[in-house]
Design a protein around this ligand. Structure first.
Ligand code: IFM
Length: 459
């Protein structure tokens, strides 16, 4: 059972729901460019209109109010506020987030804002993107603007969402914007994302922010066997997926054995004296996004010459031995792995700040029934089992304070387009009509019951 006072929310991100990609002065981001490039997204899907949240935000806040969440996690679009990434401010972009924040507060919902959920202004990518330090500095400027304009109404600030995806899926695998497949470029991007985080924390502190953190998609990684080569592969995967983030943030250093993973390429001239102190500044919370575990085994590198390798070519392959239900993303449903991830982190980093689950959810093959409703029992099972896994971690001593469900709405699932439906609310993409699914009603009931328990006088 979750403790009294545990908080519930729902989450989204700007490019996935807003639409209005070229309206009211918004500048292009790398996701506009990427999704408009043939062959990059499923069926050529783009976020041009997405859920049209930009125009329907009042309806969406009303859905949140009726759901009963006490917090809503969403992201600012950097290029809606600063169309070029730096320089002139877009007043209409500021107006939009002013209206959204006011609407949320009027509905009694506390805003949790992600500053960077993958949508880098294209103008900054044109100057090198996260490969260059100037982007981290630009991020600090954007953060200062956001803190100054909106800091009076934002309860919780998340600097970056899943920097692993920005650095390694975007600059090494090439499955995400900007679609690059690089070695050193991706490793420099990882470092500059962390520097950007550190600079943003500094700006937020200067503006008086009380709740500042970062969201990581850490992986619970299993090994295919205890053979030495698989254990070595596990270690390389731990560095790539987890420790390149957790060690600088919470131990003040990069993993001592990172050269095993990246053949010495990670420690490049982009790392400067003083960076680790900046990156490791204390945080008020750590956001964790969890969906599924992975299993790894040793495999040949794709490129023999280390100089030719991308940063994800680390001699590891992923297997799927789970023999369980899979979501439409192809992800195995293994709730116990969530508990393992949380307890493992707690054991490894005793000084960790309190944890918030900033994303967890399930893409299912929802269909609209003859009654016009979506009876998404698979999603309800997934959510119930994963919340129970969080409760188990708390019972084992992990300090988890709250849970943001991914996602309020069906939305643009990046390279997977609109086929993957994660929402508590179905979106008909032709009409933009919103239909709460059974999981929405289930989550509302759970929140109501939790609130009643919290407000019960102690016996
Ligand atoms: O939709 C994404 C989100 O933007 C980041 N975390 C994972 C989700 C599901 O893939």
């Amino acid at each position: 059972m979750l403790p009294a006072g545990f908080r519930f929310g729902a989450a989204t991100a700007a490019y996935q729901i807003e639409g209005a990609h070229d309206q009211d002065g918004r500048g292009p981001s790398i996701w506009d460019t990427f999704s408009h490039t043939p062959g990059r997204t499923l069926g050529g899907a783009t976020g041009d209109t997405a859920c049209d949240h930009y125009h329907r935000y009042r309806e969406d806040v009303e859905l949140l109010r009726q759901l009963g969440v006490d917090s809503y996690r969403f992201s600012f679009s950097w290029s809606r506020l600063l169309p070029e990434g730096t320089g002139p401010v877009n007043a209409k972009g500021v107006d939009f987030y002013d209206r959204l924040l006011d609407e949320l507060l009027a509905a009694g919902i506390r805003p949790a804002v992600t500053l960077y959920h993958w949508d880098l202004p294209q103008a900054l990518e044109d100057r090198g993107g996260w490969r260059v330090r100037e982007t981290a500095e630009a991020f600090a400027g954007y953060t200062a603007l956001a803190a100054e304009r909106f800091g009076d109404r934002v309860e919780r600030w998340i600097t970056l969402n899943e920097p692993h995806c920005s650095a390694f899926v975007g600059y090494a695998e090439g499955r995400h914007a900007p679609g690059a497949q690089e070695g050193r470029g991706a490793l420099a991007a990882a470092h500059h994302l962390l520097v950007g985080h550190g600079l943003a924390v500094r700006e937020l502190r200067a503006a008086g922010a009380q709740e500042v953190g970062i969201t990581l998609n850490l992986d619970r990684i299993h090994t295919a066997s205890d053979r030495p080569e698989d254990l070595a592969a596990l270690r390389r995967a731990e560095v790539l997926h987890n420790e390149v983030w957790t060690q600088p943030l919470f131990s003040g250093r990069y993993p001592a054995d990172e050269a095993e993973t990246w053949a010495g390429q990670a420690d490049g001239p982009w790392r400067r004296p003083g960076d680790l102190e900046l990156i490791g500044a204390p945080l008020d919370f750590l956001g964790i996004n969890f969906y599924r575990p992975i299993t790894v085994a040793a495999a040949p590198h794709r490129a023999e010459d280390p100089e030719q390798r991308s940063a994800v070519d680390i001699g590891v392959t992923e297997l799927d031995p789970y023999g369980t239900r899979h979501t439409t993303m192809g992800w195995p449903v293994v709730p116990a792995a969530f508990t393992e991830l949380l307890t493992g982190l707690h054991g490894r980093y005793p000084e960790l700040p309190p944890i918030w689950i900033t994303e967890n959810g399930c893409a299912d093959p929802d269909t609209v029934g003859p009654d016009g409703q979506v009876h998404d029992t698979g999603r309800i099972d997934y959510l119930a089992d994963h919340l129970a896994a969080v409760a188990d971690a708390i019972a084992a001593g992990v300090d988890v304070r709250g849970y943001f469900l991914w996602s309020l709405l069906d939305n643009f699932e990046w390279a997977r387009g609109y086929d993957q439906r994660f929402g508590l609310v179905r979106v008909d993409y032709d009409t933009k009509t919103r239909t709460p699914k059974d999981s929405y009603h289930w989550y509302r009931g759970l929140i109501t019951a939790q609130r009643a328990r919290t407000e019960e006088p102690a016996r």
